[in-house]
Design a protein around this ligand. Structure first.
Ligand SMILES: C=C(O[C@@H]1C=C(C(=O)O)C=C[C@H]1O)C(=O)O
Length: 339
């Protein structure tokens, strides 16, 4: 499919170009290229996001962050354990703030994916040597982002780690916050499987509108946001360990998974998380109307009686998958913390 190849190359060129030109602070770069999905029925569109890329200190200019979306600002404001003063400033409260900020990204990305129907040919039709367009877009995007340094960040992990090209950027200058064990943990195979088999059929209406490339890009956006949130568990575990090594060390030495799971679980916090993400889905998922005759909030809090993504599903996503997997990451990390 030469058209697709040419298009991807040009997107890559633009992305790389911007990566070099955009002055950034807080080690955050985001390059997003969106197409208007209404106008590109059956044609190709690609949404490509690069965020939280490691940039060496010497490349960070003092120019303020250019105007950018709320989502990016949220991430910039969020405490980033892998930022300069991380080792001193790593507190459970700050790490939890980081998780709260990521909720916004996840809810918005689910809303964007739910705007498309299931579009099942995205996942089944072969393209070139790839088993599907989804596979092709995820692998190609990951190859580009790997070269741009995305996977130098511990919580950014690829879905297809095999044969990824190395980063072209200098390695991060700051000393690592995490124990090297983090590098051996990647739950993305499981996350991908759950996403495709269990989540998508819940969030996307049945149907086919032909926007397969945009659908796959939107899937990747969701997957990356969910995966980042889950692997942020590294920092949660590290800070919990540092706060109470006397509690964690015996369970780690005994390789006691259950004991570790009990120690790191806070059911009251989990209840708050579920309520908050449900509320965010209610607030972010409403239609906004400028029509004076139309009360912008009608039955069910929306204009047409329907939220853009079902708030109870978002709460369920967190309760059944996101939080349990974040805890699995914590357990896996802690089990290796004294190695
Ligand atoms: C992330 C934490 O660890 C656990 C997982 C939670 C989550 O994934 O949101 C919340 C509470 C804890 O049971 C935490 O303590 O904040």
């Amino acid at each position: 499919m030469p058209v697709l190849g040419t298009f991807l190359s040009s997107i890559n060129a633009i992305a790389c170009h911007n990566l070099l030109l955009i002055p950034v602070r807080y080690k955050l770069i985001k390059v997003t290229i969106f197409s208007n999905r209404k106008q590109i029925n059956c044609s190709l569109s690609l949404s490509l996001s690069l965020s939280l890329l490691p940039v060496s200190r010497s490349t960070i200019s003092d120019t303020p962050i250019p105007s950018c979306s709320r989502r990016i600002l949220n991430m910039a404001e969020a405490p980033k354990p892998n930022s300069a003063s991380k080792n001193e400033s790593l507190t459970l409260e700050k790490v939890r703030q980081g998780l709260i900020s990521q909720e916004d990204t996840i809810v918005f990305r689910l809303i964007e994916r739910a705007a498309f129907p299931l579009n099942s040919p995205t996942y089944h039709h072969k393209i070139s040597s790839s088993p599907s367009l989804f596979n092709f877009i995820v692998k190609s995007t990951e190859a580009l982002q790997s070269q741009a340094g995305r996977y130098e960040i511990p919580e950014e992990l690829p879905f297809f780690p095999e044969n990824l090209p190395p980063s072209l950027l200098p390695p991060p200058a700051d000393p690592p916050v995490l124990h090297p064990a983090a590098a051996s943990i990647n739950l993305n195979k499981k996350i991908l499987d759950i996403y495709l088999k269990q989540l998508l059929p819940l969030f996307a209406e049945p149907g086919d509108d032909g926007n397969y490339a945009a659908t796959a890009s939107s899937d990747l956006d969701c997957l990356q946001a969910i995966s980042r949130r889950i692997h942020y568990g590294f920092y949660v575990a590290e800070v919990k360990f540092r706060d109470a090594p006397q509690d964690y060390e015996p369970a780690i030495r005994a390789q006691d998974r259950e004991g570790l799971m009990k120690l790191l679980t806070f059911t009251n916090v989990e209840e708050q998380v579920k309520k908050r993400v449900e509320k965010k889905a209610v607030i972010f998922g409403q239609e906004v109307s400028l029509d004076n005759n139309t009360n912008s909030v009608k039955q069910n809090g929306t204009v047409n009686g329907k939220y853009k993504v079902d708030p109870s599903l978002v709460s369920r996503l967190y309760g059944e998958w996101v939080m349990p997997l974040t805890k699995d990451v914590q357990v896996e990390y802690l089990l290796r913390r004294l190695d």
